[in-house]
Design a protein around this ligand. Structure first.
Ligand SMILES: O=C(O)CCC(=O)C(=O)O
Length: 254
């Protein structure tokens, strides 16, 4: 899997680029099956790392109730192996340089009726500097305008971290978002993808995902790759031990 100089230039200018058909049909099938087995409780998975659609937790864990699977790679070797996928890692190293660690992963389940996620920047949540991270967002189903594709504000990754002071209430949890009035919706563009294709976005890029208004699932597996030269800025005692995926570690860095 190679990425062209035009794609790298688009990433630097716009904050995102798309690489089509990274996963083979077999890889796609195995990834979906594994996630389905977690959602259906056939593979043990800690409840603390699962999020449910608003009001759905009482209906139990299933493909129709789960909203997210958080940070699966440290808990399930399947996801760590997925993060090492040569085609994805090759793009990540083209964008970040050769020394790359795994920051985290999130599987967005977006079942029929799944809620939107409002505008935010991934780096508003990530305690590392510089904000040299790229999110590889892999479509596990065809992703359309109707079923909740990502929308982005091109170039916003060059304007720093925004205020995230508006509360976003999702079920029994309150999260944060960039205030609605701070977003110029005339600039937003959608990223639609066929299953097995992947968008790569900079962690400072403003983005959101829409609600799923279809009777079909819209699953996406996002892996956050970071430069191994980045430093942890949270409390020292909380410093995670991020696995090196490519190249070499750097002393004093995360
Ligand atoms: O719904 C999605 O697929 C993406 C949501 C998102 O960008 C996020 O939670 O960081």
């Amino acid at each position: 899997m190679s990425i062209s100089s035009d794609q790298v230039a688009a990433y630097r200018r716009d904050g995102f680029t798309v690489v089509e058909d990274i996963l083979t049909a077999d890889e796609l099938r195995r990834t979906r099956e594994h996630i389905e087995a977690i959602a259906e409780g056939r593979i043990p998975f800690p409840e603390a790392n699962l999020e449910y659609e608003p009001g759905a937790r009482d209906r139990g864990r299933s493909l129709d109730t789960l909203r997210k699977i958080n940070d699966a790679a440290p808990r399930d070797p399947f996801f760590l192996e997925y993060a090492r996928h040569p085609g994805i890692l090759q793009v990540a190293t083209a964008l970040l340089g050769p020394d790359v660690k795994l920051f985290g992963d999130q599987t967005f389940m977006k079942p029929p009726g799944g809620v939107e996620k409002p505008y935010h920047q991934d780096s508003a949540y990530f305690k590392i500097e510089p904000a040299d991270l790229v999110t590889a967002w892999m479509a596990l189903d065809d992703v359309t305008l109707e079923n909740g594709c990502l929308w982005v504000i091109p170039g916003s990754h060059r304007q720093g971290i925004r205020d995230h002071s508006q509360a976003w209430v999702v079920g029994d949890r309150t999260d944060k978002q960039v205030p609605d009035e701070a977003i110029d919706l005339t600039r937003q563009v959608p990223i639609t993808l066929s299953a097995g294709s992947c968008s790569f976005h900079h962690s400072v890029l403003l983005h959101r995902s829409g609600p799923n208004r279809t009777p079909h699932r819209r699953r996406g597996l996002a892996v956050h790759y970071m430069s191994a030269r980045a430093r942890w800025t949270g409390p020292p005692e909380d410093k995670p031990d991020y696995p090196l995926l490519h190249g070499t570690s750097h002393p004093g860095c995360v």
